[in-house]
Design a protein around this ligand. Structure first.
Ligand code: UDX
Ligand code: UDX
Length: 441
């Protein structure tokens, strides 16, 4: 099928940058990103400095393609109808209630998306799962599409996104691999080829891997689980280093120099955050349990448990330093994003560490260079389940401040925190958990 129009539902961290890069690299294709949230669309059409997603290099890509062949629109029906190829990039958070609550992925947005596609389609479509989904979701999507339409053929592909936030644009320009899963039927393979042709505009052919749908769906969950597992492995060893006098950075270097292991994702930290790792592992655990593989489920669940242990252990270090009570102490929280170079704070370790400190009596002075004050307040209400943010105990500043703080907790690896002169205030450094506290008053 000749692809002239692409529509992507979901203008978030994945949909926005991915479509911007496809539009940039394929000027012959019109790419429209739609979203149920009109404010988000307005922001994507607004000033380049205030796009809803902050990613190095993204504003430049949007500047070049927006209005040429990249469009952001709130007209979902019109753009679904027009497109030959539709990407689903809506979010798939962990389920909060019902069967699988706290573990399984909540597929309600994906399902809503599928019924919208069925409702508004008047011709055959290729529908692509971009969101991270449990293995065999394509089956369910096909059912929804077929139940809600007549005489339209839908081909479903899985094309998971492996970009990491903070390097999204570079990851999209130079992907390690592009994975495309499709049905082994003739029409399935034709659809796969249509998508291969799009990526082949800038990705070398040997990096485009085609598989069956189930392998592709599962590969995304498994890749994230393997990456997170390395972090939990090194973080678990950081606890042992503290007891034995071994140095975790030296250990990490020594392990990573073995080419069979490699150096990446072996940096001890206060714990991994982000929208994907925890959610995808819990989803994997749920799937294993569903198929009766309890030992496999327990193995992967431990990766999340070690991560919780690490975040808790770090906060506890600070509490112990003050003899178990933080009442009246002021702690400067430097960094709220889950990692540097993003304005995303979902599941950030900072949120959990700050909560524990606050609930042990501390006053907090929070600063992050990219996460907006409104977002920090939203996170506090959502993750801490606080109805309001008490301004006499929490201040959020748009400038870095730590002059009044009894101690400083560095929780995101922002470049600007690297060479700060802390004037010998005690510093607990999430980037260097072993050596914290770095200075004593
Ligand atoms: C993506 C994936 O889709 C998720 O499965 C993966 O694990 C992480 O990355 P992400 O782009 O990070 O999610 O999510 P988010 O930034 O929240 O964007 C999702 C967008 O979809 C939002 O803008 C939301 O408004 C939109 N949406 C959601 C719809 O347009 N329709 C819906 O029904 C639900
Ligand atoms: C991850 C995957 O890397 C990406 O392929 C997938 O598409 C989405 O999930 P992301 O969550 O954006 O990407 O960031 P990533 O760079 O993987 O970092 C995740 C977390 O792990 C961050 O909190 C980071 O600080 C932490 N981390 C990473 C460590 O603690 N140590 C490391 O060595 C590497």
């Amino acid at each position: 099928m000749q692809i002239k129009n692409i529509c992507c539902i979901g203008a978030g961290y994945v949909g926005g940058p991915t479509m911007a890069v496809i539009a940039l690299k394929c000027p012959h294709i019109s790419v429209t990103v739609v979203d149920a949230n009109p404010d988000k669309i307005k922001a994507w059409n607004g000033p380049l400095e205030q796009l809803p997603v902050y990613e190095p290099g993204l504003a430049e890509v949007v500047k070049e393609a927006r209005g040429r062949n990249l469009f952001f629109s709130d007209d979902i029906p019109g753009n679904v109808e027009k497109a030959e190829m539709i990407f689903m990039a809506v979010n798939t958070p962990t389920k909060k209630e019902g069967e699988g609550a706290g573990m399984a992925a909540d597929l309600r947005y994906v399902e809503a998306c599928a019924s919208d596609i069925a409702k508004y389609s008047k011709s055959d479509k290729i529908v692509i799962e971009k969101s991270t989904l449990p293995v065999r979701t394509a089956e369910k999507i096909k059912e929804i599409l077929e139940e809600n339409s007549t005489n339209i053929h839908f081909e479903i592909l899985s094309n998971p996104e492996f970009l990491a936030e903070g390097t999204a644009v570079q990851d999209l320009f130079k992907s390690d691999r592009v994975l495309i899963g499709g049905d082994q039927t003739e029409s399935g393979q034709k659809a796969v080829q249509s998508l291969v042709d799009i990526y082949a505009n800038w990705i070398p052919k040997d990096k485009i891997l085609t598989t069956n749908v189930w392998s592709s769906e599962l590969a995304k969950l498994a890749s994230n689980a393997m990456l997170a597992q390395r972090i939990s492995s090194i973080n678990s060893l950081s606890a042992l280093c503290e007891k034995t006098g071994a140095n975790i950075d030296e250990l990490s270097k020594a392990i990573g120099m073995d080419h069979r292991i490699g150096p990446h994702f072996l940096k001890a930290s206060v714990g991994f955050g982000g929208s994907c790792f925890q959610k995808d592992i819990l989803n994997l655990v749920y799937l294993c349990k569903y198929y009766g593989l309890d030992e496999v489920a327990d193995y992967w669940h431990q990766v999340v448990k070690i991560n919780d242990y690490q975040k808790d252990r770090f906060a506890q270090k600070i509490i112990n330093h003050f003899g178990g009570d933080l009442t009246g102490k002021t702690i400067a929280i430097l960094g709220w994003a889950f990692k540097a170079n993003t304005n995303d704070s979902r599941e950030s370790a900072a949120i959990y560490v700050a909560e524990k400190l606050y609930k042990t009596g501390a006053n907090l002075e929070i600063y992050d260079p990219k996460v907006l004050q409104d977002q920090i307040i939203k996170d506090i209400k959502f993750y801490w389940k606080e109805k309001s943010v008490k301004s006499n105990r929490i201040s959020i500043s748009s400038n870095i401040r730590f002059g009044n703080a009894d101690t400083i907790a560095i929780l995101t690896e922002w470049e600007e925190f690297k060479d700060l002169d802390f004037e010998k205030t005690t510093v607990f450094d999430g980037r260097n958990i072993l050596k914290s506290p770095l200075y004593s008053i």
